[in-house]
Design a protein around this ligand. Sequence first.
Ligand SMILES: CC(C)(COP(=O)(O)OP(=O)(O)OC[C@H]1O[C@@H](n2cnc3c(N)ncnc32)[C@H](O)[C@@H]1OP(=O)(O)O)[C@@H](O)C(=O)NCCC(=O)NCCSC(=O)C(=O)O
Length: 401
Amino acid sequence: MQLKMKVVSFCHYLQGPACTQYLADMGAEVVKIEPLAGAFERHWSGGNSWINGVSAFLMSANRNTESLAIDLKQPEGRDLVLRLIDEADVVIENFRPGVLDRLGLGFDMLRERKPALVLASASGLGRTGPAASRPGQDLLMQARSGLIAATGGGTQGPAAVGAAVIDQHGGALLAMGILGACVRRLQTGEGTLVESSLFAAGIDLQTEALTKYYAVKQRPDVFTRDRHVGSWYHDAPYGVYPLAEGHLVLSMNDPAKLAAALDSDALRALQQIDRYAERDRYAQAVAAELRTRRFEDVSPVFDAHAIWHERVRSYDDLLEDPQARHNEAFREIDVPGGGTALLVNHPLRYDGELPGYRRMPFHAGQDSLAILQRLGLSEAECRALADAKVIGMPGATAPRS
Ligand SMILES: CC(C)(COP(=O)(O)OP(=O)(O)OC[C@H]1O[C@@H](n2cnc3c(N)ncnc32)[C@H](O)[C@@H]1OP(=O)(O)O)[C@@H](O)C(=O)NCCC(=O)NCCSC(=O)C(=O)O
């Protein structure tokens, strides 16, 4: 996939970079603009996950992009970035509202300067409105969007999803909107402002659950009762069940088939009950049948009875999953200094092919020289800018002349 698209990215943390990584994987030329000291994601990597001093957090979402370290608070830095934008198709940012305006790079000005630009903003809660200036972060929006309340419940309390699903979804949604805007531009010649937010993405992730909830909103107990099933809006047996070792999930399943597969008189006796109103009772009976069994024994029987089920896998199990291996879900890359990192591959295939791995901006400013030379600056000019601390170019990729 060789998308012909030039992107200037003012993206940091995860949501914005996730978006630009999707585009960069498709072949877009993405220049990541970052402060001389490097973007936040270079200095923080939760879980102490560093490889030779490079943050795994950074590597999770910046594949195939180039880094230009440049001080936007200096006029020369801002002017150089404007020259880059003049050659770009898309500008993406995920700062708090007002930050780009303060830097003299606001979207209204950019729209006037280049009407055909696709402008894209990934905010926390929206670019305007009463909460727009609040910090936007995955866990915060898991809480605000109701996702945490919908997970867990009862005596175990609410539970956050254990991965930054809203960031990733927000990034994917923004990439989708940008591509739509690019199609529109091809058709009309006009640019579009595309806006996503973590809050909107968190709500969007729960579209099915929310629609069902508001359809029958007389269920005040759904977020407070003890739930043996995984989801408040499904009939049992939908949910997670302990086994002799580990857990499995049962999806939508016919109770007659389940009773037959488990050869269970207890489940046969409950076949006619309302498995939504009495879902805890039914789920407890299923749990009693499963808690002494092993996945290896029960899975073939479930398969034979067309019972939809999967083992609850750990991240270690996932790596060994034969289908994940077949799909090439992961890819190992070399990290400077001798280590390797295992990255999640781009999730789509194009004509049967996964996009390739071209580069990783391991260091802030590692591509500054190459990017500015493409703009027509000489190496001497770049070095003078580096000496004046307008740009950073450690380990710059272009060779010294
Ligand atoms: C993530 C944030 C809360 C971080 O907030 P802050 O640390 O306060 O950063 P801000 O975005 O407000 O502002 C960035 C500041 O850096 C300055 N800045 C940025 N780049 C440059 C360069 N190149 N040169 C000079 N100065 C720069 C910019 O002018 C701002 O300074 P001043 O103008 O002087 O203030 C916020 O950016 C935000 O809400 N973003 C939108 C939602 C989002 O995408 N969040 C990340 C999700 S990832 C996630 O959830 C996760 O990782 O977990």
